[in-house]
Design a protein. Structure first.
Length: 409
């Protein structure tokens, strides 16, 4: 079966959606399918970094197309980068052999419209893998007015993608409810969370020690936010807590690892307030992820109040993989609050609301006392039903089953 996968990020990029799509591509190729990927030549979080325009990697044909590299410092820059990728993606698709199945993610926004239109034109089946939901997310963030022409137009395009999909994959039941509310048939929707990285992630005592030594974090209680720094995951309350703790809790350090539009703002806040307890680092290579995640004593999972069912903090699964204590800052109920309820007592965890740095400080100090007495377990994992071993085969089987004329091998 010929399968075309479309997303802005793919191997060797380290952003989450690229890693998960890479897992799927490898899984499909290992099953004997002819897999082609359309992706960007530029690294997702570092536009200056470019990958080869074409290569065959593990049997997968990777076509990396042109897009501008203006970056994320302004909305017009992001829009230009997105639009140039969409144009290049559409042009490259015209040159490819007819696929049986087209799978598109949601980066950049509207790439699903290109994929759905192409699949419809070529008589292929379209699978829509929704990592975040737009324009709903943009409206919730205040970037668009729900009554604006742009929002209504983008909603029509979104519904076009949903209606033309033979299968829709969502990440949690809250996102499923959002799609159902748009009038989409329930039988088209499958909930498959984005999995932890079983092969690469585990509690790594040696990697923990190495990372902490390299960044001056020895003998510190390390509070870490690792992943995409987006307005959907507001960090103002966390930064306020870091500022409060800087004066009288010098043994607590905050480490922000990753990228995104808000990563620069975190750096600027730390510089302006002269916060020696704040460390900012870029995305780390996947082969070092276990050590990085193991280095923290407390991990932050943050979700903005309006974004339940619109975005999905998949970082939680790797944190469960390394048995990391978690402080969740966000609305309840949500997918994350449900997970923490399910594992109640198996690892230290807590909750704190947004816009209350004092409450965050109190919860961090309470967890610090508990975590200092907790024993991290190297051989036990709490990711369970969220592991790659459990979820990747489901995703591969779903894609194979879309084309009813081709039996999975």
């Amino acid at each position: 079966m010929r399968i075309t996968l479309i997303n802005q990020a793919f191997h060797p990029d380290v952003v989450s959606s690229g890693q998960h799509l890479t897992d799927v591509a490898v899984g499909l190729a290992e099953r004997g399918h002819e897999v082609t990927v359309i992706t960007s030549r530029r690294a997702y979080d570092d536009p200056a970094k470019k990958f080869p325009g074409f290569e065959i990697w593990r049997g997968i044909k990777i076509h990396r197309v042109f897009n501008t590299g203006f970056g994320k410092k302004a909305k017009w820059r992001r829009a230009a980068d997105f639009l140039s990728f969409l144009i290049s993606c559409g042009g490259r698709l015209l040159l490819l052999p007819k696929p049986d199945v087209v799978v598109a993610l949601t980066s950049p926004p509207l790439v699903s419209v290109i994929a759905a239109s192409y699949a419809r034109w070529r008589g292929a089946k379209f699978c829509y893998w929704i990592m975040d939901l737009n324009p709903d997310e943009a409206i919730a963030a205040g970037w668009l007015s729900s009554d604006s022409f742009a929002a209504k137009w983008l909603e029509r395009l979104s519904r076009f993608s949903l209606q033309n999909a033979a299968a829709i994959v969502v990440l949690d039941t809250f996102m499923q409810k959002r799609i159902l509310a748009k009038g989409i048939a329930a039988e088209k929707i499958t909930v498959i969370p984005p999995w932890s990285h079983d092969a690469e992630v585990r509690f790594d005592a040696a990697g923990r020690a190495q990372f902490r030594k390299a960044h001056g974090l020895e003998n510190k209680f390390v509070v870490m936010y690792a992943g995409n720094h987006s307005p959907c995951h507001p960090l103002d309350t966390v930064l306020g807590a870091a500022k409060e703790l800087a004066a009288n809790q010098t043994d607590i350090s905050f480490c922000f690892v990753g990228g995104g539009s808000e990563h620069r703002r975190v750096k600027l806040f730390a510089q302006e307030n002269k916060l020696a307890n704040v460390h900012c680092l870029p995305y780390q290579p996947l082969d070092q992820l276990a050590g990085v995640l193991s280095a923290a004593d407390l991990h932050l999972v943050v979700m903005g109040d309006p974004f339940v069912g619109l975005v999905h903090p998949c970082k939680a699964y790797n944190l469960l993989r390394v048995n990391a204590p978690i402080l969740y800052m966000g609305p309840r109920p949500s997918h994350i609050s449900e997970i923490l309820e399910q594992i109640n007592g198996q690892l230290p965890s807590g909750w704190s609301p947004h816009r209350n740095p004092a409450a965050a400080v109190k919860t961090i100090l309470e967890l610090k006392q508990v975590v200092s007495q907790a024993q991290r377990k190297d051989g036990e994992h709490l990711d369970g039903c969220f592991s790659q071993a459990a979820l990747l085969p489901r995703m591969v089987k779903l894609i194979e089953s879309i084309n009813q004329k081709t039996e999975p091998r």
